[in-house]
Design a protein around this ligand. Sequence first.
Ligand code: HEC
Length: 176
Amino acid sequence: MSTIKYSVIIMLLWTGPALAQDNNGPRLGKHLSKETIQQRNFTVFPNGQGLPLGQGTVEAGRTVYTTRCLHCHGTEGSGNSAEELAGALHRLTDEPPDKTIGTYWPYATTLFDFIRRSMPMDSPGSLTTQNVYDVTAYLLFLNEIIDYDHTIDNKTLANIKMPNRNGFIDLYSTKK
Ligand code: HEC
């Protein structure tokens, strides 16, 4: 009999704080505004789906690069405290591999997505759409993928053929 009583008391003690927490929440973090969620909720797919309207030039991208990227990625993407982005001296299949945008990245659209999402690393999200298009163009130029006077835009970025486009194995489509 007394065992039952004890269990009831223990159950009450146990569920009490849990119920209080359900009502009020743990009060961690803060709610994001609709605008912030919309701003963060973007993905550009390899086929260009999700790209914002816009275009970019190598010339303007050079300025973005110099002011926002160079201190980490070095002159013309040669690498500094952060990754080398261009100017590979040998191939990805060499030992050690030389991994740059030109030798590694399969899609120019993913490059756009990555930069917009996470660069510059010291202040991600601070670039305008225009900045991202421009600096993407500049990096494609440094990797000898487009000419200096080429303008990239949301309609044509997906058509740029990256040198390592076929260097990846698509595990999903090869799975039986
Ligand atoms: C504060 C230093 C810093 C700045 C400024 C910076 N980056 Fe980066 N970047 C990094 C680091 C560190 C990595 C490696 C991140 C990783 O591997 O997850 C990186 C990775 C990258 C990559 C991927 C390289 C690869 O092949 O893996 C690209 C592309 C890139 N940055 C572009 C840019 C561009 C464009 C800018 C300027 C708009 C910029 N970064 C500014 C530190 C920086």
